[in-house]
Design a protein around this ligand. Structure first.
Ligand code: ZN
Length: 321
């Protein structure tokens, strides 16, 4: 927040620098993945533009989607009303319109601003299929004290606005409207109960200074106890690849230099929120809060809008496929 004004220019400088890094990152092992992203991101014909907050197309009818006019199943079109929808009663009277009308997206803002006051509750062990793990964690922060929980909520609010503009029905797992949590198993259950077409868990990482860039975490194949990710591994990967491609395009943030071998993608089987999901779901670590360069971006409201735009574009791409 106040940190935004402390470093007004570094974010922009850093963005330009990142363009060079991104170009360099296209070269070696990650090339295959990047070509996929380029192909997906480039279908709209705006690859050559510099990263910026792209205006949402109000009616992307010309998109190369063979079944663009297809309606979602009735079950999701009449899905349970979002608790967050109370904020906009006006939208309840009129059916949402737009390219994502009838689509249900669950946004899972990582952690909870009050988790730190409830250590006993969040340390309770919950079953994540493969093993037991803490209910939730406090998350990280920048060196200057901007918390991950504040970051995830801010990006999530921006993301909801962008998705709702396109007609999507959006539900949160938490909006700082509860004393702690929810626990990771409940976070998964909220997406499952909503029969979400896509779920994204928003995070920022807490790695060492010098480690920078974003990565998207995909569910690995897990079949243990209550967890069976077999049905969601494929669609979640597709969702994650599209989000990664659009995220780099919108933000200029390079893929992580410490996870995923330059692809910006990571596969994990130790996250309850993914293990227990029965609907397509990914996590995104938007950057590393403990790296001063990334922190300068993460603390910028302008950059967070770009981040939300990138995630929204990726989700939109996935849902319109
Ligand atoms: Zn986190």
């Amino acid at each position: 927040m106040s940190y935004d004004s402390e470093s007004p220019t570094p974010p922009r400088r850093r963005l330009r620098g990142n363009l060079v890094i991104v170009t360099a990152a296209l070269a070696p092992a990650a090339l295959a993945g990047w070509l996929v992203w380029q192909a997906m991101g480039g279908s709209g014909g705006h690859d050559d533009k510099p990263p910026k907050v792209l205006p949402l197309p109000s009616a992307p009818a010309a998109r190369p989607s063979g079944n663009g006019g297809a309606r979602p199943p009735a079950a999701t079109a009449t899905a349970t009303p979002s608790p967050s929808a109370s904020a906009s009663a006006a939208t309840q009277s009129a059916r949402p319109t737009g390219p994502l009308a009838g689509r249900v997206v669950v946004i899972d803002p990582g952690h909870n601003p009050s988790n730190f006051q409830h250590t006993a509750e969040i340390n309770r062990q919950v079953d994540i299929g493969t093993n037991k793990k803490e209910c939730d964690t406090t998350g990280t922060d920048t060196g200057d004290g901007y918390t991950e929980a504040a970051f995830t909520l801010d990006v999530s609010h921006r993301l909801r606005a962008l998705l709702e503009k396109q007609g999507a029905t959006v539900t949160y797992t938490q909006d700082a409207d509860r004393p702690f949590g929810p626990c990771v198993d409940e976070r998964a259950a909220i997406g499952n109960r909503a029969r979400a077409d896509a779920v994204v868990s928003v995070h920022a990482d807490g790695s060492a200074q010098g480690n920078h860039g974003f990565h998207v975490i995909l569910p690995a194949l897990v079949n243990a106890g209550k967890a069976n990710t077999a049905p969601i591994v494929g669609p979640s990967r597709e969702l994650g690849v599209r989000i990664a491609g659009k995220f780099v395009h919108a933000t200029g943030m390079p893929p992580s230099n410490y996870v995923g071998d330059g692809t910006g993608l990571d596969l994990r089987k130790d996250l309850g929120g993914l293990n227990l999901s029965t609907v397509p779901k990914v996590f995104i670590e938007c950057g590393n809060m403990r790296d001063s360069g990334d922190a300068a971006l993460l603390t910028s409201a302008d950059w967070r809008q770009r981040a939300a735009q990138g995630i929204a574009d990726g989700i939109g791409d996935f849902l319109r496929k």
